[in-house]
Write a protein that binds this ligand. Structure first.
Ligand code: TXA
Ligand code: MG
Length: 325
């Protein structure tokens, strides 16, 4: 059963925040209002919780997620701010602008949240429920729009329930979203800025206030979800559907298909796909580092079933294994 808690007054709001905080701390998902659309939120520092977002959305691949923070001060724990990024944040935060910035290594944010990228999308939402929840947690919230993959973004609690059903157990109903379209996404690269997705803040407003032009990303058209150069390609070659390591390979196991020894890790020894997704990027990085350190020839990866999160895991593994130019 899905519970919807109304939160339109401060009294209702407080009760909702306490319930939501407890669920988030327990690694569960909560759908929350933001000024743009409803978000499906989880603790961005908790790998299994982030994996549950992908499972609930039914995403066929791991799109990087937006990490929601209270403001620039909190965002600085997780991402690097150039003077241009600082200018954008002070002009538009809190509000419907997402900044894609270089990620701070070992900041505690799940690698799965940014799908293994070296950048992190951060945004401070302009909604008192979202803000109170982040404050109550003092943790960042990973939250994509609270709908099944491929359907339209929800702007009411009712939409969330229609789309996700009991895949989310708690929805906070803060009324209809004020903006109604997703945030504008801007990637900041030193002194340049690129428009990745048009949204709640108009391009002209950004250009007017900042005084420089928003560029089109180098790949051409707007980087559509799923089309991002978002795959994390390890340096070591990857061999998929392996049964065991061969000729000095590291081994990434799953379930019973596993290897022993110092050069092997298992995505989930119990064969749990949510656990496997949570471990995927961290394990790939760890084995990649081992390959470099110990001169191993590559990483052999056990076969992952094509079901539930297995589709997304395989999508990512195939990209990582694809021949590179
Ligand atoms: O208004 C919004 O932005 C809503 C509310 C809930 O905050 N969220 C939202 O999230 O629209 P989502 O997951 O539906 O869209 C996030 C998009 C991804 O599809 C991806 O294109 C982009 O943000 N993105 C996230 N991290 C990125 C990164 N590191 N580099 C480039 N693009 C990124
Ligand atoms: Mg979406």
């Amino acid at each position: 059963m899905t519970e919807i808690i109304r939160s339109r007054t401060p009294e209702e709001g407080w009760r909702a925040i306490v319930r939501a905080r407890d669920r988030i701390l327990a690694g569960d998902l909560v759908a929350i209002p933001t000024e743009t659309v409803y978000g499906l939120a989880a603790d961005a520092t908790n790998d299994p919780a982030v994996a549950r977002i992908y499972a609930a959305k039914g995403r066929p691949s791991f799109n990087p997620l937006i990490v929601h923070v209270a403001g620039e001060g909190m965002a600085r724990r997780y991402a690097e701010f150039s003077p241009l990024a600082e200018k954008l944040a002070s002009a538009f935060w809190p509000g419907p602008l997402t900044l894609v910035l270089p990620r701070i290594t070992d900041s505690g944010v799940s690698l799965l949240a940014s799908a293994g990228l070296d950048t992190l999308a951060v945004r401070a939402p302009d909604n008192h429920i979202a803000q109170s929840l982040i404050a109550a947690l003092d943790r960042p919230l990973a939250a994509p729009s609270a709908n099944r993959s491929g359907s339209v973004s929800p702007t009411t609690a009712g939409h969330v329930r229609e789309s996700l059903g009991d895949r989310v157990k708690l929805i906070i109903d803060g009324g209809p979203c004020r903006v109604g379209v997703e945030s504008t996404i801007v990637r900041v690269d030193g002194v340049r800025m690129f428009l990745l997705r048009p949204g709640g803040v108009a391009r002209a407003e950004i250009e007017h206030i900042i005084g420089i032009a928003l560029e089109t990303p180098p790949t051409g058209a707007i980087e559509a979800p799923g089309m991002l150069q978002s795959h994390y390609a390890p340096c070591a070659p990857l061999r998929l559907k392996a049964m065991e390591p061969e000729g000095g390979e590291a081994f990434l196991g799953f379930g019973a298909i596993a290897a022993d020894g110092p050069n092997a890790l298992n995505l989930s020894s119990s064969g749990d796909l949510v656990e496997a997704a949570a471990n995927l990027f961290a394990h790939m990085r760890a084995l990649d580092a081992l390959c470099a350190e110990r001169g191993l020839s590559g990483i052999a990866v056990a076969s992952i079933p094509n079901a539930d999160l297995g589709d997304a895991i395989n999508d990512r593994l195939q990209r990582a294994a694809a021949p590179r130019s």
